[in-house]
Design a protein around this ligand. Structure first.
Ligand code: SF4
Length: 340
C-alpha cells in the first residue's frame, strides 16, 4: 500500500540500517508513516480509549499483566527500537528507560513461584532485545526457575528493525534457557522483509527457537488484502507463520491507523480468498477479558451522526477457559465512526 501523506517527523532513534531501508525501499514511506511522529497525534481524539485493552484490570503486581490463568506478561523495559506510532506503549520517550528494579524482579519471581498455574511467561515491553545479553540472560534465568513455568515467549521487533541485535551469542543464551523460548516479531509491512531478517530467522530456527509473526491491522500501512497477502506469504515461505492479525487498539493519538471493525472484517474476508490458510482476526477487548475472534462480535445498535455511522458491538462470550479477570460477557462498546 502506497502512502501519500508525508506530514510525519523523521524518527531520530531508529537503527541506521532500518532508516536506510525506509529511505531506499520503493515502499519505504509506509515505514515512516508507521513510526514517525505526526501532528495528527496531538489532535483531539474523542474515540481513543485510555486503557484500550483493559490492562489496568489485570495487573496483580507492578510490571505484570495476567489476562489468562496460564500466562503472565512482564514488561521488562520501556525501550524500543522503533516506537511505532500505533502502539499503546509508544508513549514512553526513548530517554525514559522504565525497567523493573532488582526488588521488582524479586517480587515477580516470588509471584511466579506462588502462582504455579502460570505456564507461559511473555517478555514484552518495550522491546526486550533492547536489553543487553547479560540482563536478558538474567531475566530468562529468573523467569525460567519456577517449576510451573513451561515456556518463555519474547515479543521483539529486533529481527525486523535491528537484525544485527540477533547474534550467535544471543541465540546461545536462548539455547541455554531452562525453558523453551519462542519469539514473536511483529512485522507490519512487506518492505520490512529482507535478507537480514531471513538471516535472523535462520539463526533462531537453527537454534531451536520458534519464530512467529503477529501484525496489527493498520490503515495507511497494511490494511488491504493484497499487502497482507504479500506480507504473510513471504514470511511463510521462510518458515515464519502469522497466526493472528490484531484489530488495532484505540490508543490515544493513533486515530490515523484505525479501521472500523466492519472494515477489518471485510479486509480479512477478502484476504481469505487469497490465502489457503488465513490468519485469525482477533481483538483485545477493552474490558481486559483478552483476545477474541472479531467474527464473534455482534452489532446491537447503530446511529447516524453528522460525522458518519457508529455501531455498537456486543461480546457474548464464551469466556476463555483460563480467563484470569473478573470480566464476564456481555460487554458492549461503540466502534469508531465510519464514513458511508
Ligand atoms: S509495537 Fe513493539 S516495538 Fe513498536 S512501539 Fe510498541 S512495543 Fe515498541
Amino acid at each position: 500500500m502506497k502512502n501519500t501523506e508525508k506530514t510525519h517527523a523523521f524518527p531520530e532513534n531508529w537503527p541506521e540500517e532500518y532508516l536506510r531501508l525506509a529511505m531506499t525501499h520503493p515502499d519505504g514511506e509506509a515505514l515512516f508513516y508507521a513510526c514517525g511522529q505526526s501532528v495528527e497525534e496531538y489532535a483531539p481524539d474523542s474515540e481513543a480509549l485510555f486503557d484500550p485493552t483493559g490492562e489496568s484490570r489485570c495487573a496483580p503486581i507492578p510490571f505484570v499483566y495476567r489476562k489468562h490463568i496460564g500466562k503472565a506478561l512482564v514488561l521488562v523495559t520501556s525501550s524500543c527500537f522503533s516506537y511505532c506510532r500505533f502502539c499503546f506503549r509508544r508513549a514512553s520517550p526513548p530517554s525514559s528507560k522504565k525497567e523493573p528494579s532488582v526488588d521488582d524482579l524479586c517480587a515477580i519471581r516470588n509471584w511466579l513461584f506462588s502462582n504455579e498455574a502460570v505456564e507461559e511467561v511473555i517478555l514484552s515491553g518495550g522491546d526486550p532485545l533492547t536489553l543487553d545479553d547479560s540482563k536478558l540472560a538474567t531475566l530468562l534465568t529468573i523467569f525460567g526457575q519456577p517449576p510451573g513455568v513451561k515456556r518463555l515467549r519474547i515479543h521483539s521487533r529486533a529481527p525486523v528493525v535491528n537484525p544485527k541485535r540477533v547474534t550467535r551469542e544471543l541465540v546461545e543464551i536462548f539455547k541455554n534457557s531452562a525453558k523453551p523460548i519462542s519469539m514473536i516479531i511483529h512485522a507490519a509491512h512487506p518492505a520490512e522483509l529482507r535478507r537480514e531478517l531471513w538471516r535472523c530467522a535462520e539463526l533462531l530456527l537453527d537454534g531451536g527457537i520458534g519464530i512467529l509473526n503477529q501484525s496489527a491491522l493498520l490503515k495507511g500501512v497494511n490494511a488491504d488484502p493484497a499487502t497482507l497477502c504479500h506480507l504473510i506469504s513471504k514470511l511463510r515461505s521462510r518458515g515464519i507463520e502469522t497466526k493472528y492479525i490484531h484489530h488495532t487498539d484505540r490508543a490515544p493519538g493513533n486515530a490515523k491507523f484505525r479501521v472500523s471493525i466492519r472494515e477489518g472484517l471485510s479486509i480479512l474476508r477478502k484476504l481469505s480468498g487469497l490465502l489457503d490458510d488465513p490468519p485469525d482476526y482477533v481483538i483485545d477487548l477493552p474490558n481486559g477479558a483478552g483476545k477474541f475472534p472479531v467474527s464473534s462480535l455482534s452489532v446491537v445498535d447503530k446511529v447516524s451522526t453528522p460525522e458518519g455511522i457508529k455501531r455498537r458491538y456486543r461480546w457474548n462470550g464464551p469466556v476463555h477457559d483460563d480467563a484470569a479477570t473478573e470480566e464476564r460477557p456481555p460487554f458492549e462498546w461503540w466502534d469508531i465512526t465510519e464514513q458511508e
